[in-house]
Design a protein around this ligand. Structure first.
Ligand SMILES: NC(=O)c1ccc[n+]([C@@H]2O[C@H](COP(=O)([O-])OP(=O)(O)OC[C@H]3O[C@@H](n4cnc5c(N)ncnc54)[C@H](O)[C@@H]3O)[C@@H](O)[C@H]2O)c1
Length: 320
């Protein structure tokens, strides 16, 4: 039984990770300020500290007695970074430096969320981890900064880390009403209610959509390979899907005809994104990722079940 801290454990990905950790018998503590996460997402059996991960005292309390920290807390929104680069930098990078520093004091291993946003818009696909990193957003720059600080924490202070560059993650408990949620949760919500969806541009832009269960598997494997060398891994499927194809598949799963509206492409949007999963497969031993259609069926089933987690929040009126 390991003693594990999960920052951001009430969020979309964090709640799935906590579920896996609690079910394998770990003692799980969550540090979350509930800014986008939900108290109702907290796994029974996990302890919750409601605080800002950037608060050194709260972080010290949260890390006390822990062996591993999964650091997922972040403002997971490229748009927020455009509007408020200073505010998001404080959470996305400065707080991460604090996590590495506290981990150094206490000999804690850190497995943390980076992002495919560190790559920017690359021509050579699929993207391997050794590809150039040229972020195009404050969010991507901060995530790259986390990786650089992980390296320094390892080299200079012996902190063991592993970083994960998530591509487009989707699954149950992703909030489609949040302006930051992924295209899948928005399309599933609208198409399942027979509403039209809007595609910016011609729909030919492609993404690598990875199911949240595969992200959890990667993070758990990260514990084993964390080292002073600060390794980083893509978390992706190696399969490319256009946004137009995506809308069609979701409509099929929902049993409706897709009503698609097109609007002018958003400036600066990346045209093609596709990760290589070779390193994750060879080094972490990650299994074949879940098929997109099967993952979409999970999301639709969760929505049809009344979106457990999100619905509870509305009923009890937990404020964000
Ligand atoms: N969802 C994706 O497709 C994706 C892609 C790349 C990277 N990521 C990264 O994965 C991680 C989890 O993302 P998610 O999609 O689950 O987002 P999320 O918003 O659902 O989860 C983030 C959690 O962190 C908490 N949090 C935010 N600021 C905090 C603070 N200052 N102090 C304490 N807690 C705070 C939120 O309340 C929330 O529970 C993030 O680091 C994000 O950058 C996500």
């Amino acid at each position: 039984m390991a003693r594990v801290l999960v920052t951001g454990g009430c969020g979309f990905i964090g709640s799935h990770l906590c579920q896996a950790l609690v079910s394998r018998g770990d003692r799980v503590r969550v540090l979350d300020d509930l800014s986008t996460g939900l108290e109702e997402n907290l796994m029974p059996g996990a302890e919750l500290i409601v605080a800002d991960v950037g608060d050194p005292d709260a972080l010290a309390r949260a890390m006390e007695g822990m062996e591993v920290c999964f650091h997922l807390a972040a403002v997971a929104s490229v748009e927020r970074g455009v509007r408020d680069p200073r505010g998001t930098h404080r959470v996305n990078l400065s707080a991460t430096v604090g996590v590495f520093d506290e981990a150094r004091e206490r000999g804690v291993t850190v497995v943390y969320a980076s992002s495919a946003a560190v790559y920017g818009d690359l021509d050579v696909l699929p993207i391997v981890e050794d590809a150039p990193t040229r972020p195009l957003s404050a969010y991507g720059a901060d995530k790259l900064g986390c990786e650089q600080h992980a390296r320094v924490a390892g080299v200079a202070h012996g902190v063991r880390t592993a970083g994960f560059r998530f591509f487009n993650v989707f699954g149950p408990r992703q909030d489609p009403r949040s302006p930051y949620s992924g295209v899948i949760s928005i399309f599933c919500e609208r198409l399942s209610h027979g509403q039209p969806v809007t595609i910016f541009g011609d729909g030919g832009q492609t993404r690598d959509f990875v199911a949240v269960g595969d992200v959890v598997a990667a993070l758990l494997a990260g514990e084993r390979v964390a080292s002073r060398g600060a390794p980083v891994f893509n978390v992706c499927t190696g399969r490319s899907t256009s946004v137009l194809e995506l809308a069609g598949t979701i409509a099929e799963v929902c049993g409706v005809r897709a009503d698609i509206r097109f609007e002018v492409a958003r400036s600066g949007e990346i045209r093609r994104s596709l990760g290589s999963r070779a390193r994750g497969r060879d080094v972490l031993g990650l299994a074949e990722p879940r098929a997109l259609r099967a993952g979409l069926e999970d999301v639709i089933a969760w929505m049809r079940a009344g979106r457990p987690g999100l619905r509870v929040r509305e009923e009890v009126g937990v404020s964000r």
